[in-house]
Design a protein around this ligand. Structure first.
Ligand code: AMP
Length: 314
């Protein structure tokens, strides 16, 4: 099915009302790949520095479907590092620090064997890098990007250029608002589609994530809303967005691998995929770093998906 993800593999320090985890494995592409790996193989492309110890590499062993051949180690560089603190209700977080490290250097090389990848997810990193990487997948059938406030504020022009070239984008509500200056998520998403889709570009859908309130899906062919899984055990929301995207893209790529995909960006297929993303993300937030996903069984995932499907039936 070749699904590929590019983005950050990083070292996180996270503080929540339930405790803290210091210098643990994180990064946008790490969370994405772990979630997508429940649906099939996923290729990971990112760069790390000489400080990326064996303990971090070992975590990837729990996810045999992740192909880490594209993880480039630069011994003289520093791994991307991020610190975040969640407030009492866990809905908002504060970035304590972002140490870009290898992100200030040229992007990682795409291994030749990966260039035929059909399903491409550009996890959070500098939009200029996302653009450059996107251009290296000429056979893509579906390309989706994530972004965040840091890049909206610091690299808007590159982000605009990127949005015209991808099929879909996922972003948080406050980020959609920041980007469009519209304070209604449907209006914000519609503006993005108008500016970067149709005759202006390739964009066909926008997924606005609203944390515990689920997501809003605005597609050129319709609008849908999906609640979040009503989770009781929320220990650390870090990676919720990336695992959501991983479940979503993993499901679409799996449908492609099974020959059941005519149009990977259709309203129906992406809407189905959002349910998968929602459920995988609900497991991830039950623990710090990737701990819960490391022990998650496909059977548990399938069972929660069935439960969630019943919940959202109207
Ligand atoms: P999420 O909670 O889904 O937004 O993702 C959190 C992950 O994103 C953490 O593991 C961080 O290492 C990573 N991250 C934080 N800030 C950035 C950034 N500016 N660019 C790329 N990745 C980031």
């Amino acid at each position: 099915m070749p699904l590929i993800v590019t983005g950050t593999v990083g070292i996180d320090s996270v503080y929540t009302p339930h405790g803290h985890a210091e210098k643990v494995l994180g990064g946008s592409c790490t969370y994405f790949a772990a979630a997508a790996s429940f649906y099939g193989p996923v290729r990971l492309v990112a760069a790390v520095g000489g400080d990326f110890d064996q303990q971090y590499r070992d975590v990837f062993k729990a996810f045999p479907n992740i192909d880490t051949a594209g993880l480039e180690v630069r011994p003289r560089s520093k791994t991307f590092a991020w610190g975040g603190k969640y407030h009492a209700n866990m809905n908002s977080r504060e970035t304590l620090y972002t140490e870009l490290g290898v992100l200030t250097e040229p992007p990682p090389a795409i291994p030749a064997a990966y260039k035929g990848s059909e399903f491409v997810f550009l996890a959070n990193t500098h939009p200029g890098v996302q653009l450059d990487l996107l251009g290296q997948f000429p056979q893509r059938r579906l390309a989706v990007a994530d972004t965040m406030d840091l890049w909206i504020n610091s690299a808007r022009a590159e982000l605009v250029a990127l949005l015209k070239k991808v099929d879909g984008v996922v972003l948080n509500y406050d980020e959609a608002e920041l980007f469009t200056r519209k304070n209604n998520p449907v209006t914000a998403a519609r503006h993005m589609l108008a500016d970067h889709g149709g005759t202006n570009g390739a964009l066909k859908f926008v997924v606005v994530k609203k944390g515990e309130h689920g997501c809003l899906f605005v597609h050129k062919d319709g609008v849908a809303a999906l609640p979040a899984y009503p989770a009781e055990q929320v220990v650390d929301p870090t990676g919720a967005g990336d695992t959501f995207a991983g479940g979503m893209m993993g499901y679409i790529a799996q449908q492609g691998a099974e020959g059941r995909l005519k149009n990977p960006a259709s309203f129906e297929i992406v809407q189905q995929a959002l349910a998968h993303g929602t459920v995988v993300a609900s497991f991830n937030i039950e623990s710090f770093t990737l701990s819960r996903l490391q022990t998650l069984k496909k059977g548990e995932l399938d069972a929660r998906l069935r439960e969630f499907s019943k919940m959202v039936r109207v």
